[in-house]
Structures are given as structure tokens and as C-alpha cells.
Design a protein around this ligand. Structure first.
Ligand SMILES: Nc1nc2c(ncn2[C@@H]2O[C@H](COP(=O)(O)OP(=O)(O)OP(=O)(O)O)[C@@H](O)[C@H]2O)c(=O)[nH]1
Ligand SMILES: [Mg+2]
Length: 432
């Protein structure tokens, strides 16, 4: 940093000052000084830390997601082709450390697997919604921690969603509309017409118009390149008019004249991926990586994440204002919640006690009733048993009397028989 000059003010000097100034030592400036170096500090720090960027690619199986990502970052990420027979939509997350000159980029690419192959539309978009929310939730949890470690934290919130539209030339599919409708408030959507080499130039223009009008009529909010920055407003507003970008991906090197270019070779010629007359690939790359990467990240943080955070905290019962519309602090809400929780616990405890007492009373009454029934039954049985005993006793007594009578009769008949025999003998003796 250069030595500071004696006087930095530009205000008009009075005579005395002018005289002093005349005698002052003049120093020539050797370089920058003061706060005009601040941006450089930021640049140095960012370069040191490295950059990170998270892309979500949503598109049907085989629509060209992997090829386009490879073409964008000039990589060969060797992605296996997916099957059309997955029962659910999955998300494949891959993180790469890329370096270009001395700038490091931690790139996270998330691609749908099996999207568009399901019968249920909800089952197709819900995993995508869940993934986006899960990244917001992870960030929110980190923010809410007492010991936060954002320096080591890998922020996986999705900065941009490249939505691959099939080059049908007709209109958007209902799944496209449903998915975009469900994620447009959570992520910056950049719609792309994939494999745009499958459509003629005239049809492409009509297709683009139809897609945009369908998006508008369905109230789907796609990402708009920002036009409030003087340096990029012109290019960004013209790019907004070219959405959705018609892209072609290829990692093949094809000879055009004396040059080797990336493109797709057809029997009738070569489609050059990086030729702006052939497709919008360069526009997409410039918009995404050179001009608006920071804005995409900022929008993710200030719009989408903020919305998620707000909803989540409100759901948890942490509003910014109280019932009287006056601002309330986190501490106050916490205290109120604690009190509310305590009161509720007490209420529930009281209710439980009451219920318990009620149940005890009911049980007691039921037991008493049962006891009384048993007692009655016992008395009844006892009575029956007594009656039976008395009856048996009576029968036994009668039986005994009968036995006595019987023996009496037996004895009487014995003596009678003896008497008869004696008389008969006497009669016989007399006759003789
Ligand atoms: N015509 C044409 N073919 C393309 C384009 N991009 C990719 N392809 C071809 O389409 C096929 C599938 O491309 P991928 O990049 O594997 O598609 P994907 O969406 O990643 O597929 P999955 O991961 O299996 O869902 C490959 O044969 C590519 O060469 C393109 O822009 N135009
Ligand atoms: Mg793939």
C-alpha cells in the first residue's frame, strides 16, 4: 500500500491553508490505498475458499442429462445409463472437485433416475420435492445448532434445477407442469429443450413460444436472469426472451474444416454444440456459469431457503409478531412456549388424575355390585343346600321308622308263625 498523502480533502482552502499547502511536501502515489482494495480482498478470499455449485437435473430417462452436464463442465463423469424399469423415482447425487486455472469448484450434480417411467405422477415428483426440502432442512438444522461449523459444512441446497423438456414439438406433458408447479417456489428452474437437434428451426421457435405460454397460463414461476445490474441487464433481458434454451450435448470431437469441435455428426452434416447458430448451449453455459451463478446462489438463499425457513419456524410456532401484532423476541416466544407447555402438562396431568379417579370409582362400584351378586348367589345356594339337608334328614327319619316298623312286623309274624305251628301240632295230636 502506498504512503498516504498529507491531505485527502478536496474542499476549498483559505489563503492561510493555501500558503501552508505551497510549503507542503508533495508525494507521488505509488499504488492503491484505502478501501478501493476491498473487492480484491473478497476475490482473494473466495478463490482461497473455492466455490460450490449444486445442480439438479430433472428429466426423463435417456433425455441427455449426463451428456449435457459433461458438456457444460468439459468433464467425463462416466455416468451409467439408467433402466426404464425402476419402481420408484430416485435421485443420484454426485460431487466432483473441479479446477480451472487456480479456481476450484465443488460441483454437486443431482440427477433423477427413472423419472417419467412411473404410472403415478405424484410418485414421480414427490421424491424431487422431498430432496430439495431435505437440503433446506439440513441447512436450517445447522443454523439452529449452538455450535455451528459453516466453515466445514457442505451446503447442499439446490442452486438451480435444469428441467429437461422432451423435444416433442407439441407441448409440455402434464408431468412437466405438475413437477414444475410443485418445485417452482423451492428452486430456480431453468427449462431446457433437450436434444434440440431433433426439431427443425421453425418448429423450435413455435415450441418455445408454446412452452412459455403454457408455463404462464399454469402460473409456473421459472428463474428470470436478473436485469437490475447494469453490467448484465442487457444480456440477461435478451436471454430471458430466449428461454427455454434449446440445448444439444455431446462430448464427441468432430472435424469441421481444419478445426476439431464438439458436436454431433450426422449423414447430412455436423451440429456444433458451441455454435450459437446451431443451439443455445453456449448461452446456457454463459448464463449459468459466467454471469449468474452468484445470483442463482443468492436467490436460493434469500428467496427459496428463506421461504422454507419462514414456513418451518411458523409451523413450529415461532412468529415474528405476537397476537397484538407487536414484535416479539425469540426469548419471549420461548418463555411463552415453555409456560404453555407447562400449563398443558398440568392440564393433562389433572385430566388424567380425574379420569383415573373416575375409573377407580367405576371399578369399585362394579366390584361392589359383583360382590353383592356373589353374596346373594351364595345365600341362595346356602338356602337350597339347607332345604336339601332338611329334606334328606326327613327322608332318613322316615326310612328309619319304616325299618323299625319292618323289624316289628317281622318279629310279630315270627311269633305268629310259631303260634300257628304249635296249634296245628296240638290239633294233630288230638285227632290221634
Ligand atoms: N440427438 C441427441 N442425442 C443426445 C443428446 N444428448 C445426449 N444424447 C444421447 O442420448 C443418449 C442418452 O444420453 P444420457 O446423457 O445418458 O441421458 P441421461 O438423461 O443421462 O440418461 P439416464 O441417466 O440413463 O436417465 C446417449 O446415447 C446420448 O449420446 C442430444 O443433445 N442430442
Ligand atoms: Mg445419466
Amino acid at each position: 500500500m502506498a504512503e498516504k498523502p498529507r491531505r485527502m480533502s478536496t474542499q476549498t482552502l483559505d489563503d492561510e491553508d493555501t500558503q501552508k499547502e505551497d510549503n507542503a511536501r508533495c508525494l507521488t502515489m505509488l499504488g492503491h490505498f484505502g478501501f478501493d482494495c476491498l473487492p480484491q480482498q473478497l476475490v482473494n478470499k473466495s478463490v482461497q475458499q473455492g466455490f460450490s455449485f449444486n445442480i439438479l437435473c430433472v428429466g426423463e430417462t435417456g433425455i441427455g442429462k449426463s451428456t449435457l452436464v459433461d458438456t457444460l463442465f468439459n468433464t467425463n463423469l462416466k455416468d451409467k445409463k439408467s433402466s426404464h424399469f425402476y419402481s420408484d423415482v430416485g435421485l443420484k447425487v454426485q460431487t466432483y472437485e473441479l479446477q480451472e486455472s487456480h479456481v476450484q469448484l465443488k460441483l454437486t450434480v443431482v440427477k433423477t433416475v427413472g423419472y417419467g417411467d412411473q404410472m403415478s405422477k405424484e410418485a414421480s415428483y414427490q421424491p424431487i420435492v422431498n430432496y430439495i426440502d431435505a437440503q433446506f432442512e439440513a441447512y436450517l438444522q445447522e443454523e439452529l445448532k449452538i455450535k455451528r461449523s459453516f466453515a466445514d459444512y457442505h451446503d447442499s441446497r439446490v442452486h438451480v434445477c435444469l428441467y429437461f423438456i422432451s423435444p416433442t414439438g407439441h407441448s409440455l406433458k402434464s408431468l412437466d407442469l405438475l413437477t414444475m408447479k410443485n418445485i417452482d417456489s423451492k428452486v430456480n428452474i431453468v427449462p431446457l429443450i433437450a436434444k434440440a437437434d431433433a426439431i427443425s428451426k421453425n418448429d423450435l421457435q413455435k415450441f418455445k413460444c408454446r412452452i412459455m405460454s403454457e408455463l404462464v397460463s399454469n402460473g409456473i414461476q421459472i428463474y428470470q436472469f436478473p436485469t437490475d445490474d447494469e453490467t448484465s441487464s442487457q444480456v440477461n433481458s435478451s436471454m430471458n426472451g430466449l428461454l427455454p434454451f434449446a440445448v444439444v450435448g455431446s462430448m464427441d470431437e468432430v472435424k469441421v474444416g481444419k478445426r476439431m469441435v464438439r458436436g454431433r455428426q450426422y449423414p447430412w452434416g455436423v451440429l456444433q454444440v458451441e455454435n450459437e447458430n446451431h443451439c443455445d448451449f453456449v448461452k446456457l453455459r454463459d448464463m449459468l456459469l459466467c454471469t449468474n451463478m452468484e445470483d442463482l446462489k443468492e436467490q436460493t438463499h434469500t428467496q427459496h431457503y428463506e421461504r422454507y425457513r419462514c414456513c418451518k419456524l411458523q409451523k413450529m410456532g415461532f412468529p415474528d409478531v405476537g397476537p397484538d401484532n407487536q414484535p416479539v423476541s425469540f426469548q419471549e416466544i420461548y418463555e411463552a412456549k415453555r409456560q404453555e407447555f407447562f400449563d398443558q402438562c398440568q392440564r393433562e396431568e389433572e385430566e388424567l388424575k380425574q379420569k383415573f379417579m373416575q375409573r377407580v370409582k367405576e371399578k369399585e362400584a362394579a366390584f361392589k355390585e359383583a360382590e353383592k351378586e356373589l353374596q346373594d348367589k351364595f345365600e341362595h345356594l346356602k338356602r337350597i343346600q339347607q332345604e336339601e339337608t332338611m329334606k334328606l334328614e326327613e327322608e332318613r327319619r322316615q326310612l328309619e321308622e319304616e325299618i323299625i316298623d319292618f323289624y316289628k312286623m317281622k318279629t310279630a309274624s315270627g311269633s305268629l308263625q310259631t303260634q300257628v305251628c304249635t296249634n296245628t301240632k296240638k290239633d294233630k295230636d288230638r285227632k290221634k
